[in-house]
Ligand binder design. Structure first.
Ligand SMILES: [Mn+2]
Length: 426
């Protein structure tokens, strides 16, 4: 199924007048500040987020997996799904592939299909947290950190192969997330595990093309419950520094212990020029992978405040790889991704409204009350007309969920693919 711009223009007609009223009102309210509405709309339109190839089907838990009808059964169908989301939102112009779940059969055909939908290939993800069929060594006791040289070498070779696959598609970054760790005290020697991991990562890093970046993801626990080798941003940063200047830390919003101040981590990494990529999701307790902004939208806004500040003030930090990393159990995965994209755009737009000069002045005057007022005035502004305007100017839907339902996208996908398809993934 494809959605064309005429279909969306027709659907937009119903909401156009209402949108114009809201947009004009917001533009009028913002005209008293230094904010230029057209610049804001252009920035929102530019902001593209990669959709992970594993989020287009219904995700599972360790207790079970309930499939969603019409799931994409192939990489081609996954790209088509992202094409649908991108048509509606104009924000999903990239895909993040997971290898070996999504190895292309025909590289040129996949590249052409992606180009047809204006989708780029963002970071590729390796997988050493599962054993694959016909794999010689097992990752049961770790991969890049394993005490066995044969296991480490197999895991290193897999990562090199992922880079090769990504390189043929035009990707420029490898994301490594390790499940390595231990579930019981005494099971692992912490120092040996970290040393092996560092050496393995160096071997992968040195084999990458010169214009590639390595993103090192961290996570405090799960699937191991006593220790994780790359447990936090400090360990990730240390490993990145040990690899070289094109190795960076990747922050996944769900990979922190409760109440961690993620915005401060983001800020310090950007100061050091070491924040490489970002995985968006939301959580209540752990790595819940819920829809972005569904639980803690204010925390997301505070994180975006630091990201916007860093993008404006830290030229030492590279352009960031923006990705969603979520899984979906009870909602239509495409609707869920549309909601996530909307929440990301909303937090970004609100952060762009913060008067950074006034905030700096209030900080220096120790006027704590004004500091909070400046942040919360921006947060309380309804910025949705800006996001709708950005979509409208690029041929997207004023209301993507409404359009998705009006066009009966899921029904069409079920007709095309059948009821019982299952997407690769967890
Ligand atoms: Mn992640």
């Amino acid at each position: 199924m494809n959605i064309n711009k005429q279909q969306l223009a027709d659907l937009n007609k119903t909401n156009l007048k209402n949108h114009q009223t809201h947009f004009d009102f917001l533009a009028q309210s913002l005209s008293h500040s230094d904010t230029d509405v057209n610049t804001l709309v252009a920035k929102l339109a530019e902001f593209q987020v990669a959709i992970p190839s594993w989020a287009l089907g219904a995700g599972g838990t360790r207790f079970g997996r309930f499939s969603f009808s019409g799931e994409p059964a192939s990489l081609e169908q996954k790209i088509e799904d992202i094409g649908l989301i991108h048509s509606l939102t104009q924000t999903a112009g990239a895909v993040s592939l997971h290898i070996p779940w999504d190895v292309p059969n025909d590289y040129n055909a996949i590249k052409e299909l992606a180009a047809l939908h204006s989708i780029k290939f963002d970071a590729v993800n390796s997988n050493t947290f599962q054993d694959q069929k016909n794999q010689k060594e097992s990752y049961k006791y770790g991969s890049l950190s394993n005490t066995s040289a044969a296991v480490r070498e197999q895991a290193i070779a897999h990562n090199k192969e992922v880079v090769e696959i990504g390189n043929q598609l035009g990707s420029k970054a490898l994301t490594v997330w390790l499940a390595d760790g231990s579930s019981f005290p005494g099971q692992n020697n912490f120092q040996t595990a970290l040393t092996h991991t560092q050496n393995s990562l160096i071997s992968i890093y040195e084999d990458m093309p010169a214009d590639w970046k390595l993103y090192i993801e961290y996570k405090p626990y799960e699937p191991n419950f006593y220790s994780t080798v790359i447990q936090d941003w400090g360990t990730s940063l240390m490993l990145a520094n040990g690899c070289g200047e094109r190795a960076y830390t990747l922050v996944d919003l769900g990979h922190h212990l409760p109440n961690t101040n993620i915005e401060q981590i983001v800020s310090i990494l950007m100061l050091k020029g070491k924040l490489g990529g970002f995985h968006f999701n939301d959580s209540k307790y752990g790595d819940d992978d819920l829809t972005v902004g569904s639980i803690k939208p204010y925390a997301l806004f505070l994180i975006f405040n630091e990201l916007v500040y860093g993008m404006q003030n830290n030229p030492q930090n590279p352009e960031l790889g923006w990705m969603i990393d979520a899984s979906h159990n009870v909602k239509d995965p495409l609707e869920d991704l549309i909601q996530s994209l909307e929440a990301i755009q909303e937090a970004y737009a609100k952060a762009l409204l913060i008067d950074q000069n006034a905030l700096r002045a209030a900080q220096e005057a120790h006027d704590v009350t004004t500091c909070q007022e400046l942040l919360q005035n921006a947060y309380r502004t309804d910025v949705r007309p800006l996001i709708r305007e950005a979509r409208l100017r690029h041929g997207g839907a004023l209301n993507p969920i409404e359009a998705y339902r009006a066009l009966e996208v899921r029904k069409n996908l079920i007709n095309e693919r059948g009821n019982k398809t299952v997407a690769t993934g967890l």
